[in-house]
Design a protein around this ligand. Sequence first.
Ligand code: NAP
Length: 249
Amino acid sequence: MSKTIIVTGASRGIGAAIATGAGERGWRVCVNYNSSPDKADEVAAAVEAAGGEAMTFKASMGVEDELVAMYKAVDDNWGSLDGVCNNAGIDHEADFAETTWENYLKVFDVNILGLMASCREAIRRMATSKGGSGGSIVNIGSISARTGGLPGDVIYTATKGAVDSFTLGLAKEVGPDGIRVTCVRPGVIRTDIFSGNEFGLEKVEELARTNSPMQRIGEPSEVAAMALFLLSDEASFCTGMAYDVNGGR
Ligand code: NAP
């Protein structure tokens, strides 16, 4: 069945793979981005080339007004919503003793406060008690929630722990409204999230090679496959759980 979904942070990395995979299923996808309009346009073109429909929308997931405007734009464009994948996420790498209040706010704003507000907007549209038809919310967490994360990633790790427990609590609250809420916890995946941090992609690849049964880094498409399953009707009895995609690490 065709679906209308929002993928946050879909201009690059895992979000781009989820959006493109949704296009391959013939779904309508709102490709959210913050600072990469050209890349978002490329993803939208890939969605359409694959047989789906796409719109792009610039909204920071750390700014409530902007993300609410995105939901309204989807209402205006397509008139219904079947799912959202809250994928946008940022990291702040630092020795914890050197971190500031601003650092905490920046990462929590995007990784958990924006994700929560996005869930709220989706529920207002999808809940059967509010005239909706139900739907699926997939939150992208991280296995760092249970491993403690890479060195210097404590703030990020705390946000991902919050994603896990928020997902579980919300699933219990909105299950009776026909809404499933799940979390995908990627392990080490080949994306730009590691460029610019001290670890770097090369070291992270080495870590994945030596620390996981699959002995390699994961690809965005491998996380996308799980997210798309959870967004689809095939996952009709899945809710309240976190699903690890981490090569067994
Ligand atoms: P990435 O390659 O760095 O891409 C991040 C995406 O998020 C980009 O599309 C970026 O859009 C968007 N974004 C950043 N700040 C945003 C904001 N304020 N509002 C809206 N969008 C924003 O990251 P990734 O590795 O694909 O990560 C995607 C998700 O997977 C994140 O939640 C991350 O924590 C999680 N994850 C990743 C890994 C991994 O190993 N890669 C492991 C565990 C979990 P713009 O470029 O347009 O700003």
